[in-house]
Each structure stands twice: as C-alpha cells, then as structure tokens.
Design a binder for this molecule. Sequence first.
Ligand code: BES
Ligand code: MN
Ligand code: ZN
Length: 497
Amino acid sequence: MDFKTIIDPKARSATACAVVGMFEGGELTSAGAEIDAALGGQLRKLQTGGDFAAKLGDVFMIAQATGARAARVLLVGLGTKGHFNRKQYRKAVQAAAQALAKSGAPDAIVYLALDAHPDLDEHYRARIVAEVFCAQRYKVPDLKTAPKPKAPRLSTVSVAAADAKSARAAERGLVIGAALGSGMALSRDLGNLPPNVCTPTYMGTRALQLGKEWPSIKVKVLKEPELRALKMGSLLAVAKGSTEPPRLIVCEYRGTDKHVAPICLVGKGITFDSGGISLKDPGAMDEMKFDMSGAASVLGTLRTVAELGLAVNLVGIVATCENMPAGNAVKPADIVKTMSGQTVEVLNTDAEGRLILCDAITYSRRFKPAAVIDIATLTGACIVALGNHFSGLMSNNEALAAELESAGIRADDRSWRLPIGDEYVEQLKSNFADLANIGGREGGACTAASFLWKFAKDLNWAHLDVAGTAWLSGSQKGSTGRPVPLLVDFLLHRAQA
Ligand code: BES
Ligand code: MN
Ligand code: ZN
C-alpha cells in the first residue's frame, strides 16, 4: 500500500474515492461541506432524510458522485462532536478502511485528517491513517486450503493536508504509521503461526532474516552449549522437558553513536506453554501458542525502528523455548541456579516465564543499558486485574514508568501502573532456595513482576505484562501486535531527546 500527502483543503482533487466525515446532527467536516456543495447538498439530505445517522463508524458510499471531482464519496459518521477525540478518530478511520476494502476504488483521499481535534496533531492524524489501513490489510498466515480471496483493489491512500507545513508533519506521520504497520505485521505473524511451525528454532531463523533485511541490526542466535557456558540454569531448566531446543536471540540495532547506552528490550518467547508438569487445563490451552508474544513484539519493534532508522541504540533479547511435561522435565521442588547466581525453588512449573526472563535480564547487563524493558505474557492474574484493555506496567524507576505510560496514551496502546516491592518479595520466600517461583494467588501479577525486580535491582527497569493485550480470544482469535505501538512511540521520543 502506498501512502501520500496532498495539499487540498477544499477537496478539489480527482480521486476514485473522497472520504469525508459528518457529526451527529449533520455538521460536516470542512472538506465534507465543500463536497456537499459540489453534490448539490446530497450529503446533508442523507442525514435529514433519515438515511444516515452519522453515528460513530457509520458509513455510506455514494458510488456515483456526479458533480464532484471524486468518482465516489465515502461519508463516515463521527458521532457527537463534543465526544470526538483520538479514539473516535481512530474508529472513524477504521470504518473508512473497512468500507474502502470492500469497494472497487483503487485509490482514495482521506480528508478526515484536515480538521483539528483536541489532542490530535497533524502528525498523529496521518499516522493513524497509515497504521489503520495497514492493519486492515493484514492477513493471518492461515493454512486453509480453499483458494485465497482476491486482494482488495485499493493500493494508494492519500491524506489531505491544509498547507505545506501540515503536509510535512503528515508526511512523517505516514512514514511512521506504515513502518509501525510492518512491525506489527511481523509481530502478529509470529504470534498467529501454529506452535509446530513457530518453534524457538523458527524464531531464531526469523530474527536472522530480519538482520539480513536490515544491516543496521546485527543478530546472534545462541544455542544450548552457549547457554550452558553462560550458566543460564533457569532458562535451561524450563527448556529441558521439550524436544525443541531453546534459543537466546540477541539483536543489536545501532542508530546512533556507539558510546550511547542502549535500550534493552527483553521478550518472553515461550512458543508453547503447556504448563509443564504443573499441566494447564485443556480449555484454552491452544492459546498458549501466543505465549511468545513478548518476544514477537521485540522483533516487530526492531523492524519498525530499523525501517525508520531511528537515532537510538536498541538491543532486543529474546529468550525462547517450549514449556512441556516429560520424564526429564523440570518438576515442582526442583531448585535451579540462575545466571545471576541466585537459586530458585520451582514450586509450579507453569510459572516459567519469570524463570526464562530472569536469565535474559541478567544477560542484558553486559550492554550497560540505559534502560531494560521486559515484555511478557506473564500472568493470568494481570488479565483478572486489568482485562484486555491495559497492559500491566511495573517499574523501579518513576521517570521510565511515566515515559512508557505516556507513550501508550499517544499510541492508543495503553498500560496501567501496578505495584512491585518487598511486600510481594516476602510472598516468594522459600525454605530451600533464595526465592520460590510463585507467591500465592493474591496479587499474582505483582508477585511475578517483583520476582523479576529481584534480578533488575540496580537497573532502570520496567516490565510490561501483556497477557491480556497481546491477543484476542473467541471469534476474533488472533494476535493484536501490541505493545509494538507503545514501544515504538517510546523509542521515537527517546530518539528526539
Ligand atoms: N503464560 C502464562 C500466563 C497466561 C495465562 C497468559 C493465561 C495469558 C493467559 C504463564 O506462564 C502462567 O502460566 N502463569 C501462571 C502463573 C501461576 C502458576 C503463578 C498463571 O498466571 O496462572
Ligand atoms: Mn505458564
Ligand atoms: Zn507462560
């Protein structure tokens, strides 16, 4: 898909489809009013005649827009004007993208970004257009044998800007939105692939491919002997019960001076979490193929950052293995020695995420990072606490937490701060080792994060628990690509600082 910017405040350009908005009550956006005049008042008549209520997300396609320069006009409902902001704008763009995909239009001009809205500058208005149209075009890598439906005809989307200055901001927004689209597509593909395809080995292969595609990313894939040499006893213990060998994937992206301390992103890459000997209920066990979503978001973010050539140094560290039951699997009461030297009593083999992440966090220290952010589908408890809307955010650094929180707001990929601390570490006491790997049902997301905190003590560290946000269940089952938007926005701001 091609994205372009044009300067056209009066909606006078020739196009296969002009996209304009209307608020409930009939008020048109600026371009909408221009087009309505050209169409002899047709748009307003749709509203007064009761054919278009202009509820948020309503669409009406005028396929023969006689009188206008556009061949078609797509009218999009914006809901009540008083309630219109970032979220409503995104919904309206989503509705437009859906309607355009079903239409025969090969190109379109979106005029929705012309008008100023509270907390939506030109840059974000254009960026959301590119991001949403990319997401609309995303196809799950399915293995269905029926012939694939024809690709939609739409191939070019232009965003109208009022003047040259707005056009420049919109241009950058489109570039970022499209790069975000391709990073999210990578992240979603990895999540959606079945676990017999997306194994730790496959994750390594995809990372190496990414490094081939983007020479700014140097990729190393460490195998078992190297993990043993590094003394990653905890990661190796989780991997033990599987016939699929584990990997530690290290991707170094250099976007600025080599003396600038990097940001480390650490991803949980459990390609299937059966629970191990502490086996899970079969109910939704298939969804545990998504337990590598944190890892997928690290690779997706790297792709976007490389595509944009952001002026940051970034290290992606992915710890990836399967969690399976077997005769030689790690079992409750086993004590493992982590890379940090601390010992852990494994009381529940299903609390495996923290066991692989603690070693990956310890490994990150060699990069002398400015900040370490781990991303993990870590706990069901986080879903109980926050549902599917907010990722859990824990941190030992107020400034870093605030940065991540606002990045999520700007990117519509929100997180909510949850506590960590000694109170929770207390729950992780073991009679036989330095720490136990579980701390009771209450506050499960916080005890899990506090476990990681013990390995990140003197680092600037944050943890994103994306158990509720990385994928959708039910008829919509599939990866969401979150939290790539949050991470990219965070890095965009770091790059400007
Ligand atoms: N991958 C799961 C967390 C999870 C569960 C994410 C359901 C999304 C949906 C994780 O490895 C896990 O099993 N956590 C346990 C921890 C418990 C044993 C302390 C959990 O949340 O039940
Ligand atoms: Mn588990
Ligand atoms: Zn897990």
